[in-house]
Design a protein around this ligand. Structure first.
Ligand SMILES: C[S@@+](CC[C@H](N)C(=O)[O-])C[C@H]1O[C@@H](n2cnc3c(N)ncnc32)[C@H](O)[C@@H]1O
Length: 289
């Protein structure tokens, strides 16, 4: 009997979107991976797997093996099981049945970017958040908006990039975690946040300073903001480097100085082992009633 099971694309996406620890091991060729892959997946092609078993992450975190059609991953699953790997699953139907976003290129092999997993700051502070109607500003492909929807929020998500909004909409539907995904530009006046509408507004990895006032106005009294983005220290590590997109030390805290600050942190360093260094500030603050 095979010592591994299968997992559907929707279930894998939900697990990744909920931030559950999963190693996604891609056993296709380098060319296939370069064309498109699940963000954060680790590439070890099937033909080199017997020689590279020691490169397979073996920290006890469940592994999902993926290939293009779901055939090579079964061979890889058998091989890994023979080498003592447990908690193994293979992606049913392979990448062809994957409902979530993909990314391209080789350089991010195994590195989690803003792919699927929601922000750990959002997950960690979830219990502080007032429930109800939420808005994710500059939501990208909707990783945080979808997370909120899976946790019972009624969610609007807005982003200026139609392709990202489309991917967010598709993914949220396939996951049964509906969001209202809106194409809108929050900088040029074509998308205006409605006054005193939202119980929660979240913003991750986006800065347009005039928006702070709009966010404050758009929350109902007692509503909360969760904001996390890069600080000036980030320019040492990579993008963004434009000071317009980087917070000064203490700036985020000052923005909400007259609100109840429920959490605040500034962080400079690697978030987890193997994750690049980054400099960020994060806040959860409640609008006065
Ligand atoms: C670094 S991504 C962050 C995405 C998402 N918040 C996350 O953390 O995964 C920045 C996002 O801001 C969006 N964006 C940039 N300028 C914008 C604008 N003026 N209005 C709305 N969205 C904008 C981009 O399209 C992109 O999806």
């Amino acid at each position: 009997m095979d010592r591994f099971t299968s997992i559907t694309g929707a279930t894998l996406y939900r697990e990744l979107a909920m931030g559950e620890p999963v190693v996604v091991l891609d056993v296709r060729t380098e060319c296939e991976y370069e064309r498109q892959h699940i963000p954060g997946s680790v590439l070890i092609p099937l033909q080199s797997l017997p020689l590279r078993i020691e490169n397979v992450p073996n920290s006890g975190v469940p592994i999902v093996v993926v290939c293009e059609q779901g055939l090579r991953s079964v061979s890889a699953g058998r091989l890994l099981a023979e080498h003592g790997f447990r908690a193994l699953r293979v992606l049913e139907g392979g990448l062809t049945c994957w409902p979530g976003p993909t990314t391209e290129g080789l350089e991010k092999n195994g590195t989690h970017t803003h792919g699927l997993a929601p922000s750990s700051f959002l997950i960690d502070n979830f219990e502080l958040l007032p429930r109800g109607l939420a808005l994710d500003v500059a939501m990208g492909e909707g990783r945080n908006a979808i997370y909120l929807a899976t946790r019972g929020f009624d969610v609007d998500g807005v982003d200026a990039d139609p392709a990202r909004v489309c991917r967010a909409r598709t993914a949220s539907r396939k996951l049964g975690a509906p969001i209202r995904a809106i194409v809108g530009n929050v900088e040029d006046g074509t998308y205006i946040l409605p006054i005193e509408t939202y119980d929660l507004i979240i913003v991750f990895n986006f800065l347009h300073r005039p928006l702070f006032e709009d966010i404050k106005d758009a929350l109902v009294p007692g509503g909360a903001v969760v904001y996390q983005t890069y600080t000036v220290g980030q320019a040492r590590y990579g993008r963004p480097t434009n000071p317009d997109y980087l917070l000064e030390p203490g700036e985020l805290n000052e923005q909400f100085a007259d609100w109840e600050v429920l959490r605040y942190r500034e962080f400079d360093g690697p978030a987890r082992r193997g994750i690049p260094r980054r400099a960020i500030a994060s806040i959860v603050a409640r609008k006065p009633k």
